[in-house]
Design a protein around this ligand. Structure first.
Ligand code: DGY
Length: 420
């Protein structure tokens, strides 16, 4: 069974492979997505190590001069997706979006390098990526943390990757919708609209894109000009883990400058993360940077923070929260606490289980000395695959497969869960 699952996962990764990048799934997402690609490489390494490096190299070939790595690279035109390159209008040689996504690359590059079998190739390829990933990390702290808090804000829900999380509801209410150009969604032609974000949310996604486009995508202006600035513990947990991993990799490859800089980012950020902790919820919460207040919303973002080297007591509490969620839901980890009346088990990031989040929470908890919680998350993830196939996301109460099917990063995570 294990071999058969692995074979199916590899077949999906091959089917979605476009040569130098991989689409998340056919139809719904026909381009290269940033964090999808970095996590996809982790699956590819199990059957084609060279191809795994290429996945990340292709992404970084489209890094902006200021250091940002965009969330979508529109390699080949496809009108099946909205908003396409004409809406973003970022003026890049190969069209890209104008916002970023969680900084998984530093973690992925270290893992590829550490577990490589072709040492010479791994050294050369990691060495070439090192300054690029370092420039991206520097970009987060200069452009998304101008006050020097140690944590980066997202300026658009798509940056967190958790597009319609309940975390954003309150802050998103303050984003206007007036003046946006008329548009036709394409996502609802590929996936059940009841499982996708609402029109009210799409209007605001688009307002922010048009607002940033009006500022010429100048990252020196975007942060302060955005009505939406949220410090997400999940997004920062990934960034701080990536900083620590890049520091370790740079140290091993002899680049002490990058190592010292990234170690300092990680230490400062982890200290600041303490301000996001909630004893009442047994997890971290988002902070709305425009009001300075914590957002009362127990999403998986506050558990995902465990991907970084948080204090042992915090990791222990998060393991306890995961165990409680396991009593509330049949499958873990729901993207929102089912006890919250706002929980929607089938709507994208308002309740469903996502295997990439499971993978990162499990990895962090294992490193933090919480193997039972990590094992429970892994077992639940593989149960979902066996029972419901390689979906984009799953209903945590029933296991129903939701969103896109034959999904790339789900397949990649299965290979990681099975083969580590
Ligand atoms: C989408 O289009 O649904 C994506 O999540 C945005 O990146």
């Amino acid at each position: 069974m294990t071999d058969e699952l692995a074979e199916r996962a590899i077949a999906i990764l091959r089917e979605n492979d476009r040569g130098i990048y991989t689409v998340p799934t056919k139809g719904l997402y026909p381009f290269q997505w940033n964090w999808d690609s970095c996590l996809t490489a982790l699956g590819q390494r199990h059957f084609d190590e060279a191809r795994a490096w290429t996945e990340i190299e292709t992404l970084f070939a489209h890094q902006w001069p200021d250091g940002m790595v965009p969330h979508i690279v529109f390699h080949v035109y496809d009108d099946g997706y909205f908003p396409g390159p004409e809406v973003w209008s970022t003026g890049r040689p190969v069209a890209t979006s104008g916002i970023t996504q969680p900084a998984v690359a530093g973690f992925a590059v270290r893992r590829l390098w550490e577990r490589a079998t072709d040492r010479a190739a791994a050294d050369a390829r990691a060495r070439a990526l090192l300054p690029k990933v370092a420039a991206w990390h520097r970009w987060f702290f200069s452009h998304r943390d101008p006050g020097g808090e140690g944590l980066a804000a997202i300026l658009h829900p798509w940056e967190a990757g958790r597009d319609n999380s309940i975390d954003w509801d309150e802050a998103f209410d303050r984003v206007p919708t007036d003046g946006i150009a008329p548009y036709t969604r394409r996502d609802t032609q590929h996936a059940n609209p009841a499982h996708r974000p609402t029109k009210a949310q799409y209007d605001r996604y688009l307002w922010l894109v048009e607002h940033f486009r009006g500022l010429g995508w100048d990252n020196a202006k975007l942060h302060d000009a955005s009505p939406f600035q949220v410090v997400d513990p999940g997004f920062n947990g990934i960034l701080l883990r990536a900083c620590a991993d890049l520091a370790a990799l740079a140290g091993a490859l002899g680049d002490t400058g990058i190592a010292d800089e990234n170690r300092a980012f990680a230490e400062r950020g982890l200290a600041a993360m303490e301000g996001l902790w909630s004893d009442a919820h047994g997890q971290y919460l988002c902070r709305d940077r425009t009001t300075g207040r914590l957002i009362d919303s127990a999403s998986s973002g506050g558990l995902l923070a465990a991907f970084a080297a948080i204090p042992a007591a915090r990791a222990g509490a998060i393991a306890g929260t995961v165990a409680r969620l396991g009593r509330e839901a049949r499958y873990i980890v729901p993207s929102h606490d089912p006890a919250d009346p706002r929980f929607e088990p089938a709507r994208y990031w308002r309740g469903p289980v996502w295997l990439v989040v499971n993978y990162m929470i499990a990895d962090g908890l294992r490193v933090a000395g919480q193997p039972a919680a990590a094992d429970a998350i892994t077992a639940s993830s593989l149960d979902l695959i066996r029972e419901s196939g390689f979906a984009e996301y799953y209903d945590p109460m029933t296991g129903e497969p939701l969103g896109g099917s034959t999904f790339t990063w789900t397949a990649a995570m299965v290979l990681e869960f099975l083969k580590g």
